[in-house]
Ligand binder design. Structure first.
Ligand code: 48F
Length: 254
């Protein structure tokens, strides 16, 4: 068989167009493919929900690839280890903690979400949300490249029954909603991330995971940034447990 260049072009365009159109109405839109977003995606997809993850960068994985200060190792506690093992990540005991290879862990969390049935869009930035009658009902997206080039090009919108802000430290989606209408926090605003304190940060990440505006949920580091709790560095159990918690909360509602 002779390879035809334009057939390759057509395969790519047709395949992607189908995926794009099928995703215009979904159950849950997850913004950010870090450990919390990927974990939420896997649990929601395993429960039969139509889930799409939108990631700004070409490669999903967020802040997990580099472990701590590029030493490619992550630390978790017992409950985080159980979630890692669900997708076949090898964990080793080290004193009171468990460690895993950050590259293996990130790759397998990505594979776990995709194998469960979640759809991944990379190089796509969520730049706004749709809201009707006081409820977030979708996301507004553009190509990261378009935004990086500063081109004035209008975005496109996708509908979702629930949106998860899993954008990590910047909590970008909550910031957009905060500016336009405010959030369900003490001050109605983003409280802001506090200093590093792993013990408190890990616990609070899970506690703070939840709905901050009708239809909009936080997961992972975004939860602490929004609610005003500490960061925690390269210990990742809180991110995984937060992803699981947000999935369970949404499953109760939709
Ligand atoms: O930062 P990130 O890994 O979020 P997370 O799941 O995990 C945090 C940890 O990595 C670490 C930590 C653990 O102790 O503190 O920082 O909370 O992943 C967030 C992802 O969201 C993407 C971003 O590129 C990253 O991959 N992202 C951010 N804003 C947008 C976005 C946006 N507006 N649209 C699409 N993707």
């Amino acid at each position: 068989m002779k390879i035809k260049d334009v057939e390759i072009t057509k395969c790519i365009f047709e395949e992607f167009s189908e995926k794009f159109i099928q995703s215009t109405n979904m159950d849950v839109a997850i913004v950010g493919a870090g450990p919390s977003g990927l974990t939420a995606a896997r649990y929601l997809a395993e429960a039969g929900k139509k889930v799409c993850i939108f990631e700004r960068k070409v490669s999903p994985g967020g802040g997990m690839w580099g472990g701590g200060m590029t030493f490619p190792v992550i630390v978790v506690q017992e409950d985080g280890k159980e979630i890692l093992e669900e997708v076949g990540i090898k964990c080793k005991r080290r004193g009171e903690y468990f460690v895993a290879d950050s590259i293996e862990a990130t790759a397998k969390l990505i594979a776990g979400a995709i194998d469960a049935g979640a759809t991944m869009f990379s190089a796509v930035t969520v730049e706004d949300v749709m809201a009707k009658e006081g409820r977030i009902c979708g996301i507004v997206i553009n190509w990261t490249g378009v935004l990086a080039a500063g081109m004035h090009v209008d975005p496109l919108s996708f509908e979702a029954k629930a949106v998860i802000d899993a954008t990590g430290h910047p909590s970008e989606i909550c910031r957009i909603v905060e500016k336009k209408v405010g959030l369900k926090t003490l001050s109605g605003k983003i409280e802001g991330e506090k200093f590093m304190w792993a013990d408190e940060g890990e616990r609070k990440t899970v506690e703070n995971t939840g709905e901050v505006y009708p239809g909009l949920y936080t997961a992972g580091m975004a939860s602490n940034a929004v609610m005003g709790a500490p960061r925690m560095g390269p210990i990742f159990g809180g991110m995984l447990l937060s992803g699981k918690k947000v999935a369970e909360m949404i499953l109760e509602k939709i």
